[in-house]
Design a protein around this ligand. Structure first.
Ligand code: URA
Length: 287
């Protein structure tokens, strides 16, 4: 039996409350210590501190945050570390090689807190490569990208235009990956340093797969791969290019499925983007 607000709570009520929290999106207990809600409240942050607090991620389901929710590590100077990642990534010649190198990266903080490394799912010779932001809870548990609720929506959207991550025929297949290969604790937004660390590995993945088309799910992959800074509502639906050496790969930013789950009315925009993708695939096939 537990006590809340002076009222006795039986096991059934406690289970119902827990169920409700799960339905609301809480997916883990992220407090290390019990929180004393009766102690005096800490002073409100100064305006400067408040300004520095990042806004909640626009396109990923927010976990319930708390004062002691995992915070991103302080940013360190990046350039040499990123160059080292690029050097190591360049040594890999297969997707399996990239996965093994990432999975062995025990020194990287995100690798240590994650259950699984989440690299790619789908067909390695697919025409279309889809790229999201970072694994969530379900992806971390299963070791595959987009297997939770947003992944199920993504699968239905792909099916509607004749694509399928399980297809054996590369014409109908897709390959799915993310900018970040480990779940950020508490589903927080990845830091600049984490994204910079992972990017050479994503670029190497693209070099190996050589997709005909890249689809970016949400702002993070679209901005990382194109250098654009606009939000996803501005970028989406506009065909851009990803420069891969001499090649220019057509790149389509679209809305992240997690955002669509929260804003179903925006599905019509995503539908337009997926029809544009279908048309582009047909055009490329004929040329
Ligand atoms: N959201 C992402 O951006 N990637 C996943 O793999 C799952 C959810």
């Amino acid at each position: 039996m537990a006590m809340t607000g002076g009222r006795d709570m039986d096991a059934e009520m406690a289970a119902k409350l827990l169920e409700w929290q799960v339905e609301m999106g809480a997916d883990e207990a992220i407090l290390d210590m019990p929180l004393d809600r009766l102690s005096p409240a800490p002073a409100a942050p100064s305006p400067t501190q408040a300004e520095q607090t990042p806004p909640p991620p626009a396109d990923r389901p927010p976990a319930l945050q708390s004062p002691s929710a995992p915070q991103p590590p302080a940013e360190a100077p990046m350039a040499p570390a990123v160059a080292e990642q690029a050097r190591r990534a360049a040594e890999c010649t297969t997707l399996e090689g990239i996965f093994a190198a990432l999975d062995a990266m025990k020194e990287f903080p995100l690798r240590r807190t994650a259950t699984h490394t989440v690299h790619t799912d789908g067909h390695p010779q697919a025409r279309v490569m889809l790229i999201g932001e970072a694994p969530g809870r379900d992806e971390d548990r299963q070791g595959k990208p987009f297997v939770g609720r947003s992944g199920q929506l993504l699968d239905r959207m792909l099916e509607a235009i004749g694509l399928d991550r399980k297809a054996e025929d590369p014409q109908r297949a897709v390959l799915i990956s993310n900018v970040i290969f480990w779940r950020p604790p508490g589903n927080r937004k990845p830091t600049e340093a984490e994204a910079a660390h992972c990017l050479p590995w994503l670029v190497r993945t693209i070099e190996i797969v050589q997709p005909e088309i890249i689809v970016c799910l949400g702002a993070t992959p679209a901005q990382r791969l194109t250098g654009r800074t606009q939000g996803i509502l501005k970028l989406r639906g506009n065909w851009l290019e990803y420069e891969l050496g001499e090649r220019r790969i057509p790149l389509l930013p679209t809305l992240h499925p997690a955002y669509l789950l929260r804003q179903p009315v925006q599905k019509r925009l995503a539908w337009r983007d997926f029809l544009s993708l279908k048309l582009r695939l047909a055009t490329l096939e004929r040329s």
